[in-house]
Design a protein around this ligand. Structure first.
Ligand code: WTA
Length: 676
């Protein structure tokens, strides 16, 4: 967190925030938590035992003896001594009553294709067969890692739950990431097996996804990790939809292999609560992604509890979270939380706005969705392309969620009045890949909603805002600071895979005053977001304080973007900065300085874009590439990204007298602001 780096929270816009909405009475009457007494049960006086209430939502093979072990801070251990299986909790335990109820409903992109309902019994069968394949064909054992690069198909939750069944750690890489980005993550996790799919539909196209698997295997091999099996699910079993050839001895079609595992049963392996369940990679301050390691018992308890009280999931709901399972939101609130509660979870292929902006509302009407969950980016897009579409469809939501970025009050109001038809409660949930589940939100039947603010800390979470010197920023002061969580909670990640020092350094060292202390109160968790706290106890998140840019809810590291840009031969220096964007919240702009003697050209700009898309993925595509004569620099030669970001955002550049080359600032300003 250098002063050189502009942060998202510094370019945040400010809006009026005194308006409240009461939860609709229709919602309150049926809510899982409607009595405010629950807040007292999770107050600090009851910490950490309060989380027993979440853990008791699970079936344990062996009950734990210690709720929270703080012997080795900040490597907290939850529910120590307990044993359970996550797949058993999400599948097997529902069979007795709900065998024939849909666990998953999958909506393919082509509207001509049938929606598929997969019952708990069918899910049980599919998970058993694939678990047997992983164990007996791939030779995978407890603790091994497997990377998935899967799109939004039911085979993704099937693969996740199969791993969980046999104690194998899954690491799903978002399907939209490039092959190279997938390869980095394969290498970092040391996976010998990659699970992918031949093709999938997106935006009217059948995308060749198998090609990325070959790139991924090659990229991993360059980093010293050999993938020996690539399992390829087929979008249409029995026929291949990808022109990319299979590599003999390495690549296998899953549907062909499964024939040998037909009707096989695999006992769920009883795992210690502290055993890792999965890795989820996220961007950070260096080019190397961070594999956030999540536990089995603590994680599952936390997502089950928060899904119950904050998503208000009842077993009879039809629940649709429109996120991608390739992100933490999908892991926690499409797969593990909802299935653990035995509800019906909808997943869909494609994008919300294809073939038109009525698609989500059509799906909602067709399936009778009662709970709807999405991100501000999707809401902004749907509002822009189809502001009146929701009125045309006869769905009825009781509950809606927004997650992933700050939501502008104006966008919130459209979500409430038009999408929710004024009848659905909204929760604005703030949290992160590292956290497992929600950190701040209103409790839907208890707290009034305030557009633009997520709300207080959720049950058992005690947030605080510190200034740089660890002074507490008081509620209602209007001052922004660094939001931290004062206490551990069961969903917090256990470590960064293979980088325990970085884990401590990045998340706990800033505000820890005594590295020897065994008291959790001395180890506040640094979230990496700027925030303010209203007099009403509601937090408002301003954006990242570090070198991360949140584009349409996807975290991109500025270092990753810059490293990709400078692989272009003509580029000498690159700087990535966040800019405000009407639809995506933030977008990325890249500034480039060329090597001596090279003249600027459209072709170089295109190469930079291409390199970023190849190394990270299309989601990282910059909004603009600016080739400038020189970068503004300090006398010690550091690029002043703060100055560049101010120019991009038409903001005041502040004091530039300390620059080595202050004259360049006006040149860049003229070049960029005139072109915009
Ligand atoms: C941002 C997504 C404002 C924040 C679950 C955080 C939000 C980052 C909100 C984590 C929200 C998430 N309001 N900002 N409700 N939710 N963020 O890891 O900057 O993909 O640090 O996890 O998204 O993104 P991640």
């Amino acid at each position: 967190m250098t002063t050189q780096q502009p942060s998202e929270s510094q370019i945040a816009v400010h809006w009026r925030e005194e308006e409240y909405y009461q939860p609709p009475s229709r919602f309150i009457g049926q809510a899982n938590a409607s009595d405010p007494v629950i807040i007292e049960r999770f107050s600090e006086a009851h910490f950490p035992e309060c989380f027993k209430e979440y853990a008791d939502l699970l079936d344990w093979d062996t009950y734990w003896h210690t709720t929270l072990d703080t012997a080795n801070p900040p490597f907290w251990k939850w529910f120590v001594g307990g044993r359970l299986n996550a797949c058993y909790n999400c599948v097997d335990r529902h069979l007795a009553i709900d065998r024939n109820k849909a666990a998953l409903i999958w909506v393919p992109e082509p509207e001509s294709e049938q929606t598929q309902a997969i019952t708990y019994q069918e899910l049980y069968q599919r998970v058993n067969e694939f678990a047997a394949l992983l164990r007996d064909f791939c030779g995978l054992n407890v603790g091994d890692r497997v990377t998935f690069h899967l799109p939004m198909v039911p085979e993704l939750p099937v693969s996740m739950l199969s791993c969980a069944r046999v104690g194998v750690i899954h690491s799903e890489v978002f399907g939209g990431f490039s092959g190279v980005a997938c390869g980095d993550r394969i290498a970092d996790s040391g996976s010998r097996v990659l699970v992918t799919m031949d093709a999938y539909h997106r935006n009217g196209e059948l995308v060749d996804h198998k090609a990325k698997a070959d790139e991924a295997v090659e990229a991993a091999s360059k980093l010293g990790v050999q993938v020996d099996k690539v399992l390829v699910w087929r979008r249409y079993p029995g026929r291949s939809s990808s022109p990319t050839p299979m590599v003999a001895g390495r690549d296998f079609f899953v549907d062909e292999l499964l024939a040998a595992f037909h009707r096989q049963r695999v006992e769920p392996v009883s795992m210690p609560a502290e055993a890792p369940l999965f890795l989820m990679y996220t961007s950070g301050t260096t080019a190397r992604p961070k594999g956030c390691q999540h536990s089995t018992g603590g994680y599952l308890a936390y997502v089950t509890g928060t899904a119950k009280y904050y998503q208000d999931i009842h077993p009879e709901d039809t629940y649709w979270c429109m996120a991608d399972i390739g992100w933490i939101t999908g892991h926690s609130y499409i797969v593990y939380g909802p299935l653990s509660l035995g509800t019906t979870s909808v997943i869909y292929e494609g994008v919300p706005t294809y073939p038109d902006a009525g698609r989500p509302w059509r799906i909602a009407e067709q399936l009778g969705v009662t709970i709807f969950h999405t991100a501000p980016t999707a809401i902004r897009m749907l509002r822009k392309l189809g502001p009146d579409e929701p009125h045309k469809y006869g769905y009825r939501f009781k509950h809606m969620t927004t997650v992933g970025e700050p939501i502008e009050p104006d966008v919130w109001r459209w979500y409430f009045h038009t999408v929710g038809k004024g009848e659905a409660v909204i929760v604005d949930t703030w949290w992160q890949t590292e956290n497992g589940g929600f950190l701040a939100s209103t409790l839907p039947a208890v707290h009034p909603m305030k557009p633009g603010s997520c709300g207080p800390g959720v049950l058992g979470i005690y947030p605080v805002i510190y200034d740089e010197d660890r002074n507490v920023i008081e509620a209602g002061s209007g001052t922004a600071g660094n939001i931290c969580i004062r206490n551990p909670w069961p969903g917090i990640f256990q470590t960064i895979w293979g980088q325990p020092e970085r884990f401590v350094e990045l998340y706990y060292s800033k505000y820890n005053t005594d590295p020897e202390s065994k008291d959790w109160r001395d180890w506040p968790y640094l979230a990496g977001d700027g925030a303010t706290l209203g007099a009403d106890g509601y937090f408002r998140i301003l954006g990242r304080i570090d070198d991360v840019i949140n584009v349409a809810g996807h975290r991109l590291g500025t270092k990753e973007l810059e490293s990709a840009a400078i692989t272009v031969a003509q580029v000498a220096e690159a700087a990535a900065v966040p800019v405000m964007d009407e639809l995506r919240g933030r977008a990325v702009e890249i500034y480039i300085a060329l090597k001596p003697g090279i003249t600027s050209s459209k072709e170089i700009e295109e190469k930079v874009v291409e390199s970023i898309e190849n190394q990270i993925g299309k989601i990282a595509r910059p909004k603009n590439v600016w080739i400038v004569a020189d970068m503004p620099k300090t006398r010690s030669g550091k690029i002043m990204r703060r100055v560049i970001a101010s120019i991009s955002n038409f903001a005041d550049v502040g004091d530039i007298t300390t620059l080595a080359n202050p004259e360049i600032v006006d040149d860049i300003r003229h070049q960029v602001q005139r072109a915009k």
